[in-house]
Design a protein around this ligand. Sequence first.
Ligand code: ZN
Length: 147
Amino acid sequence: MQISLAKLNLIKRYAAEAYPEECCGILVGTVSRFLNGEKENVVIEVVPCENVLQGDRTEGFEISVGQYFQTEELARRHHYQLVGSYHSHTKAPAIPSATDCDFLPPETSMLIVSVSERFVKEVRVYSRMLRSRLYDDVYEERLQFRY
Ligand SMILES: [Zn+2]
């Protein structure tokens, strides 16, 4: 997945500000697929969303269906797609939970920021193989910077 340093820093800031709750948002940009089966997700815009989880928001997040579709519609109007999502982990490393894996649509990118006491510990990106519903097929994606 490609993202600019400025956009990544924005996500880190949202994660620190939301602490001790998890932050979440949608990544908008372009999704390209190549003949060799490789894909390339490029983030153009970062759309912060409200964490609407009913329950302990220090241990989970939920993006409202309304905000999700609103963002998808906005992206489409600008000829972009939904590249994936981001959220923070405030009590755990940047490794996807079973719930994260369950809600990761194939070929989208899921960026996780690990925050502790408002300091960003690490950032990792994950994706899932096409046509797969197994946790085992979630893999770590390379994070590349673009200008
Ligand atoms: Zn998570």
